[in-house]
Structure formats: structure tokens, C-alpha cells
Ligand binder design. Structure first.
Ligand code: FE2
Length: 394
């Protein structure tokens, strides 16, 4: 907790104690200092709450599986259940983030265009996906993943890669998804601003959000004949983490993007920063900067699983919530973060079992497949005594 937060908290508590605030009890009026401490706890409340999830798309072989999807290529049953359940929360989140791979695409612009068009129509169809899209109080923000930014292709001269930048994908995303980007966002200007426009930042209350496109378009060059995937706007992103770190109005910084920094089998403290599908090239130096600027967490998806850890053993957390509907997770669901008035940051992952039917049977809820809390912790900067490990699956 920053010093100013602690000061505000103490002043608020003293004010409530002196005024006999709503939470005060007769016990609190006694000279017992423990009673005052109880009041301090009782006065803690949620300042800001947000939910996030990524990877809702179905798999390539299931494009004609109409029990699983429609022309949007979203996993319909999971998307609907997540969107409905978030709206049924006792305290609805102030923001909801989609962290990429919302559609399958990854072939050509025609397909990307069609699937994004139908995905937005599905999102806005309250009869299917519930009232989220018709609730102005919830700000919905999205960033693209590799399935929106890249093309899956084979080039005989490149035996290492199977995904390459798709020219025009940036424009297609901006055409359909511009309403999922805050109008008051900070964005990248200058000569490469067109390619960088899906990386941006904004502030809500005492929280700063930096949204990264982890597959920023990088076309063919002398070095990479078919372009290069897995690139972020590193200089701008780290200038922003620096700026927010030094801004006394900001108490918490979150960085979000589709691809995680720490990848592969164990999601532990071993950094694998190759760009061959799993991660992004600048992840090692990015992480050092996140730690230096006390970024609370980097939130991501891409791996079809949920996990939470502190790669350095303390400090910045990596949370993966790629359990939004794509194949293989242990459970499907969403993750919530609550910013408390005390300065505490709470993280809760909620989900329902992957019932083994690959895309989840909606009737399984009636058969007892309920949404339960899968992970819950307070995000402290020091070493967290717990983590949530999951097998890395894509
Ligand atoms: Fe992905």
C-alpha cells in the first residue's frame, strides 16, 4: 500500500470514528483500540472491480460443429454462461476485458472480417449473451490475440514458424472493435501509429491499465521474409509504466495482453521468450521493467488454462485466464480483481468444470456443474505463500 493510501485510510477511519459513522457501533465508542481496528476492517469497500478472460474461440476442426458455435466461431455455450454469470454477480464489475482469440480466423481477411462481424452481433444480442452489452455502467475493453492478428500458413523457406503477420488485420479489428476501446485512451502517435493502435492505456480511479497488442503488425523485411509475430510496442509500454509509477494519483498498475510472458510446460520462474507461437520476443526485458515500476500484475490468456504466480518469487504477478471457451482447460470461467479502499487488491477466479465434451454441455449446469471459486488471494507485493499452477495447454 502506498503511503498516501494508508494516510487516506487512517484519516477516513478517524473521521468515521469521530463522527460515529454508519459502521460505528457502541463497542467502537469504547476506549478499546481493538474495536477501532474492527471498524477499520468494516469500512473497507470495493473502489473498482474488473473481470477478464481470453480465448473463447472454437477449434479449427469444429467450424461446422453447430452445437458448439455459429458464424462467429465463438464457443457459444461458454461465452453465454460467462457473460450471464458476470451480470448476476452481487456487485457487477466496472470493467470487463476480453483478452484476445475471441474468434478463430487466422487465415485471411475475409474470414477475419466475417467472424468479427458476427462476434460483435452475438455480443450485442442480449437475447443470447445477456444484458452486459446493454449496460453502460460496465465498460467492455478488448485486445486482439494471434487468431485476430496472424495468418496460419506454411512457407517452405521457414520451417520454424507457422504463424505470420496478416496484412490488414489491424484495420479489420479497428473497424469492428473500436467500441471496445475507451474514447479517453492514450495511444501511440508517430510514424508507426497505425500498426500500434491496438496498444493503449487509460486510468479509472486510482488504477492504470495498459493494454498491449502482443502480435503488433510487423510486415515482411530483409530479415524476416514473411514478417514477424510476437512483437509489442515495448518503448511506449514501458514509458507508460514509468509514467504511472511516478504519478501520485495512481496506486495500482495492470498490464494486459493476449500472450503471457512466461510460457510453456510449467508456467514457473523459467522464462522462455522465443516468439514461435508461445510468447513474445521482448518479454524478458518487459518483465524487468514491470518489476521496477511495481506493476501489480500482467494479465493474459493464450494458454487455455488458468494460472497465477510470481515469476520472480515476489512482486509482479502473471495471471493467465485463457479459460474462456477454447479447448482443454480444467475449468471454464472468468477472473475478478477488486480494488479495495484500504489499498488491498483481491483476485478471484471463478469457473465451472470442463465436462469433457470439448465445448461444454450447457445442460451440465442442471446436472450439478456449478460455478465455484477456483482461486482466491490478496495480491501482495511480497512473496505470496500460494500460487495456482496449471498445465500449459493451447
Ligand atoms: Fe492465442
Amino acid at each position: 500500500m502506498k503511503l498516501k493510501q494508508l494516510s487516506i485510510f487512517i484519516i477516513t477511519a478517524l473521521f468515521l470514528a469521530s463522527c460515529g459513522g454508519a459502521e460505528s457501533t457502541s463497542e467502537a465508542d469504547s476506549s478499546d483500540s481493538t474495536a477501532l481496528n474492527t471498524d477499520l476492517i468494516l469500512t473497507d469497500s470495493v473502489l473498482l472491480s474488473f473481470a477478464f478472460v481470453g480465448c473463447n474461440r472454437i477449434d479449427r476442426k469444429d467450424t461446422a460443429n453447430w452445437a458448439a458455435t455459429d458464424s462467429s466461431s465463438a464457443n457459444l455455450n461458454v461465452l453465454k454462461r460467462v457473460m450471464h454469470e458476470v451480470m448476476e454477480l452481487e456487485r457487477q464489475p466496472d470493467l470487463f476485458f476480453f483478452l484476445g482469440d475471441i474468434v478463430l480466423a487466422e487465415t485471411n481477411l475475409l474470414r477475419l472480417n466475417s467472424e468479427l462481424d458476427h462476434w460483435v452481433k452475438l455480443y450485442n444480442d442480449t437475447a443470447q449473451t445477456g444484458p452486459m452489452s446493454a449496460t453502460p455502467a460496465i465498460e467492455v475493453v478488448a485486445v486482439p490475440g494471434n487468431h485476430e492478428m496472424l495468418t496460419y500458413a506454411q512457407y517452405p523457406d521457414d520451417t520454424l514458424h507457422s504463424e505470420f503477420p496478416l496484412a490488414g488485420s489491424t484495420e479489420r479489428w479497428m473497424h469492428y472493435m473500436k467500441d471496445f476501446m475507451p474514447t479517453d485512451r492514450d495511444f501511440i502517435t508517430g510514424p508507426d501509429s497505425i500498426n500500434n493502435q491496438m496498444t493503449f492505456s487509460f486510468v479509472r480511479g486510482n488504477v492504470a491499465f495498459i493494454m498491449m497488442n502482443t502480435d503488433t503488425y510487423n510486415g515482411p523485411s530483409a530479415e524476416y521474409a514473411h514478417g514477424r509475430e510476437g512483437l509489442i510496442a515495448y518503448d511506449w509500454i514501458t514509458a507508460k509504466t514509468d509514467e504511472y509509477h511516478n504519478d501520485p494519483r495512481i496506486d495500482h498498475i495492470f498490464v494486459m495482453g493476449h500472450k503471457p510472458a512466461y510460457t510453456r510446460s510449467d508456467l514457473d520462474t523459467t522464462l522462455h521468450f522465443d516468439t514461435i507461437h508461445a510468447g513474445f520476443m521482448q518479454s524478458e526485458k518487459l518483465w524487468a521493467q514491470l518489476m521496477e515500476d511495481t506493476v501489480m500484475a500482467m494479465l493474459s490468456a493464450h494458454a487455455h488454462t488458468y494460472s497465477r504466480n510470481q515469476p520472480m518469487g515476489h512482486g509482479t504477478y502473471q495471471v493467465i485466464a485463457g479459460n474462456g471457451g477454447s479447448k482443454n482447460p480444467e475449468f471454464y470461467g472468468y477472473t475478478l480483481v477488486n480494488i479495495m479502499s484500504s489499498g488491498e487488491v483481491q483476485l478471484v477466479s471463478k469457473g465451472f468444470d470442463n465436462d469433457g465434451k470439448h465445448y461444454y454441455d450447457p445442460l451440465s449446469a442442471e446436472e450439478g456443474n456449478m460455478t465455484i471459486t477456483r482461486d482466491s488471494t490478496t495480491l501482495i507485493w511480497g512473496e505470496n505463500s500460494t500460487s495456482y499452477k496449471a498445465t500449459y495447454k493451447e
